[in-house]
Write a protein that binds this ligand. Structure first.
Ligand SMILES: Cc1cc2nc3c(=O)[nH]c(=O)nc-3n(C[C@H](O)[C@H](O)[C@H](O)COP(=O)(O)OP(=O)(O)OC[C@H]3O[C@@H](n4cnc5c(N)ncnc54)[C@H](O)[C@@H]3O)c2cc1C
Length: 591
């Protein structure tokens, strides 16, 4: 499958959608300039397209055979991982103190999109290692950091994230894995974890597991969960690998997609207890895990963008080649490429516009994270942190839904050939399907958005977000360019729908929480549509100012406004009207 990193689109989204240019002018990233960032992103794109993408299909067909407790990854994968980490891609945002490059989150967001576009199965493991580095750096003791961070940052060892148990999926508080104090400062863990990504593999000779478990005297629910670092191999005094720890992969799952990514059932404590080291405080594991999950949630959103981009490229190439039927006025002896038919154009443009909208949202989230870490004054950092918190569930859920929609459209553009494995469109569709499920299902993201993020600063963060979108609409209106068609009106309406739906939800959170929960998923969609549409308009306005490739950016922004933003009014009605119908639906669900 051919994937070519869309460097021009990525660069434009970084600079003008997510306002990287102004951030650099303000000195947010010190000496780092736009040229440096362009060079880094271009090299990542080359690696993704030339080294990782050609391995995606073999990962799908070979899978991850499991024998005698060991996983073998597909031919070429181990070598590609080694080349990838030696090139420094594991350490892009990691702290310099531990060998990282301390580059901005937004640079890593662009790279992450490209790793996942090339192969979600491959990029999944490194994504979790990066999240583990964040959690250990933020919450670990100095001793743990000294022992483990350098090798995690270099990618010599990889990390896993272990929450899920058979009875504890979305309800993390129901987990039962036990941790007992060993008396020597360490803990002994016993239990079972399921669905653990890269729980076992042959990429690295040690694997550092980040495991949630419960102490015997812990309070119930999420307030009684602690986070432990559990190495596959214990370390000797000189740092070399010692005895095997009591944590093992028991089996791997056979699944719909991402066949190259091993998904393991892990058993801890078959032989007396796995040795674990506490990260942060006892019973404060959820806060540590949230550091890890927030990072991973944005990365999973970027999986959605990456898979959508790849599906779009594949569909466009096919639609230009495949000839069927005629367009108006064509001689009967000829046939047209399917890309010339209005309905296929509609599908292709939908794919392009949805992908670019999701990309703009994810990059804007990464920029908010950068501002939360690097702004000069505390107030600006705090506001940016809240803005990033608001956008993260949207980046995760909207973008992974888009990944599925676009991958499905990709199959439709191919017709019957899309359903046949050899084109690669089917694999993208299968691989995309997991992203709305893991890292907190998209339903859980919507609940998070409505119940935790809208109330931030008494609603001031979401209100400021709507005002920012209104500012873009005003600029669009003022541009008066006929190439935008009805965009300003459609986007203006979408933003007001978002604003009204927000106020409606905020007014119900305390008194009618079920009504708010019933409308949470459509609300997240509305949020994504209004925000994505405005960010595309912002990019198109920049293109107008700059000249050059304005036609395609105007066309994409206009298409999104007239085909997707226009749905906002109907979704607003769903948000505010759906609850009574949902609660009256028992009869429909009874049989
Ligand atoms: C391939 C793969 C890789 C994975 N990798 C990892 C990993 O590395 N580490 C790890 O810890 N886990 C991992 N997981 C687990 C994944 O995070 C969970 O599957 C996910 O969190 C959902 O949990 P569940 O499967 O138990 O579904 P459930 O929690 O049973 O949810 C089923 C449905 O009910 C909905 N639902 C549940 N509770 C509520 C509620 N309160 N309100 C509204 N709706 C609700 C959900 O949105 C969903 O639609 C992986 C899973 C897969 C399939």
């Amino acid at each position: 499958m051919i994937y070519r990193a869309p460097l021009a689109d990525i660069g434009f989204a970084l600079k003008y959608g997510a306002s990287l240019g102004p951030a650099i002018e303000q000195g947010l990233f010190g000496e780092l300039g736009l040229d440096d960032i362009d060079a880094i992103v271009a090299e990542a794109g080359r690696f993704a397209g030339e080294v990782i993408a050609p391995l995606n299909r073999i990962g799908d067909t070979y899978g991850t055979p499991f024998k005698d407790g060991a996983v073998t990854t597909a031919p070429g994968w181990k070598e590609a991982y080694r080349a990838w980490r030696l090139a420094g891609w594991n350490s892009v945002t990691a702290p310099a103190e531990w060998g990282g490059q301390a580059l901005p989150q937004i640079v890593n967001a662009a790279c992450t999109e490209m790793w996942h576009a090339a192969s979600i199965g491959f990029a999944n493991g490194p994504m979790l290692t990066m999240a583990a580095i964040d959690a250990l750096n933020a919450h670990g003791s100095d001793a743990l950091k000294r022992t483990y961070l350098e090798k995690l940052v270099s990618g010599e060892w990889m990390g896993t994230m272990q929450l899920t148990e058979p009875q504890a999926g979305s309800d993390v508080g129901a987990l039962r894995c036990r941790a007992e104090r060993a008396g020597d400062g360490a803990y002994r863990l016993k239990g079972q974890k399921i669905f653990i990504t890269y729980g076992e593999h042959d990429f690295t000779d040690n694997i550092i597991h980040f495991v949630l478990a419960r102490l015997p005297d812990a309070p119930p629910g999420t307030r009684g969960i602690s986070l432990f670092l559990v190495p596959k191999f214990m370390l000797q005094n000189d740092g070399s690998l010692g005895a095997r720890n009591d944590i093992r992969a028991h089996s791997i799952e056979h699944k719909l997609g991402i066949h190259g990514s091993p998904t393991c059932t892990m058993i801890l404590g078959d032989d007396g207890g796995a040795t674990g080291f506490l990260i942060g405080e006892e019973n404060a594991g959820m806060a540590c895990m949230f550091t890890m999950m927030n990072r991973a949630r944005l990365a999973v959103g970027l999986q959605g963008v990456g898979v959508a981009e790849c599906a779009t490229q594949l569909a466009l190439a096919y639609a230009r080649e495949r000839r069927q039927g005629r367009t108006a006025g064509m001689p009967s002896s000829e046939s047209a490429p399917i890309a010339a038919h209005p309905d296929v154009r509609r599908m292709l443009l939908s794919m392009r516009a949805l992908t670019q909208a999701a990309r703009a949202i994810c990059y804007s989230t990464a920029m908010a994270l950068d501002r939360s870490e690097r702004s000069a004054d505390e107030a600006a950092r705090s506001t940016a942190h809240q803005h990033a918190s608001l956008l993260t569930p949207v980046a995760k859920a909207f973008s992974t839904d888009i990944g599925n929609e676009v991958a499905s459209l990709g199959i439709q553009v191919h017709g019957g050939m899309g359903y046949i494995e050899e084109t690669g469109a089917a694999q993208l569709f299968r691989d995309a399907r997991i992203a709305p499920i893991y890292e907190g299902t998209n339903g859980i993201q919507a609940i998070d958005l409505v119940t935790r993020k809208l109330p931030l600063a008494d609603g001031a963060i979401v209100a400021a977000h709507c005002d920012e979108l209104r500012g873009i609409v005003r600029m669009l209106d003022a541009s008066n360019d006929p190439a935008f068609g009805w965009s300003a009106v459609r986007l203006g309406d979408a933003v007001e729908s978002l604003s009204r739906a927000t106020n409606w939800l905020l007014a119900r959170l305390d008194k009618e929480p079920d009504a708010a929960l019933a409308g949470a998923s459509p609300y997240l969609r509305l949020f994504g549509i209004a925000t994505g549409g405005c960010l595309l308009a912002k990019e198109a306005l920049a293109a107008l100012r700059l000249g050059g490739d304005t036609a395609s950016r105007l066309a994409v922004a206009r298409f999104f406004a007239e085909n997707f933003a226009v749905q906002a009014g109907a979704i607003e009605r769903t948000v505010v009207e759906c609850a009574p119908g949902i609660f009256a639906a028992d009869a429909a669900l009874a049989s």
